[in-house]
Design a protein around this ligand. Structure first.
Ligand code: ADP
Ligand code: MG
Length: 229
């Protein structure tokens, strides 16, 4: 197994009045290709901050963020954008789909930004939507889809760039229990099928056994990941 995501001694501070708040305090974490790690912890403990730093959306105050062997902390903004597009897939709680676009188009537009030809993108989009169980609704728009289906589109979209690292922040927060389970099962499936290094923040402790290991956060500090099985 190769390490796709490696955080080394990452600290992230925010100004907080006269002092600073440590959203992340010396966090180190490795996620290998094909590994599904879940992250749990109370609100405000730093989970979303950890994902934002891993996604290279926020630069840490200190420490290293190594993605697919490349240290992101040394890169210039344009290089960072390229690395993010090529290597990272991000899935947030709200799918944030564009209202006027069909499921296929939601995926194609991202590839368009990557400078890829549209015909190949449509083909790949249809294949990925089939993988996530949406082969029958390729041309539906968001309002014609259920909440669970919209989250599946979101997942398929994150896979369009063939990311090595998949970062997922509370993907089931807006869904009922049954749909939540099917979304976590889907994330398990795509982790296995595409060998992504998947890091998921979740509140659903009942689905933790679907992931390989669990790490807990508290006050910006990360516990040692524990294997679930
Ligand atoms: P979680 O996702 O576990 O709820 P967050 O990572 O969102 O936690 O937040 C961790 C801490 O960092 C909290 O105390 C939060 O208030 C603070 N924080 C997060 N983002 C910012 C920001 N942009 N500016 C200042 N403080 C922030
Ligand atoms: Mg959060």
């Amino acid at each position: 197994m190769s390490t796709a995501l490696n955080l080394v001694n990452v600290t992230l501070e925010y100004p907080d009045g006269d002092s600073t708040l440590k959203a992340l305090d010396s966090v180190s974490l490795r996620v290998d290709a094909g590994e599904f790690l879940s992250l749990v912890g109370p609100s405000g403990s730093g989970k979303s901050s950890l994902l934002a730093v891993a996604a290279t959306l926020v630069r840490p105050t200190s420490g290293l963020v190594v993605i697919d062997g490349q240290d992101a902390t040394g890169l210039r903004p344009a290089e960072l954008t390229a690395l993010r597009r090529e290597a990272v897939g991000i899935i947030f709680q709200q799918p944030n789909l564009l209202p006027s676009l069909t499921a296929v188009e939601q995926l194609v537009i991202g590839d368009h930004l990557r400078g890829k030809p549209v015909r190949a993108a449509r083909q790949r989009a249809a294949e990925l939507l089939d993988v996530v169980g949406l082969g029958g609704v390729l041309n539906k728009r968001p309002h014609q889809l259920s909440g669970g289906q919209r989250q599946r589109v979101n997942i398929a979209r994150a896979l369009m760039g063939s990311p090595r690292v998949l970062l997922v922040d509370e993907p089931t927060a807006a869904l009922d229990m049954e749909r939540s389970e099917s979304i976590v099962r889907l994330l398990r499936q795509v982790t296995d099928e595409f060998s992504t290094a998947t890091l998921m923040v979740t509140h659903d402790t009942e689905f933790l056994p679907l992931t390989d290991s669990v790490a807990g956060m508290r006050d910006g500090r990360l516990g040692v990941p524990v294997r679930t099985a």
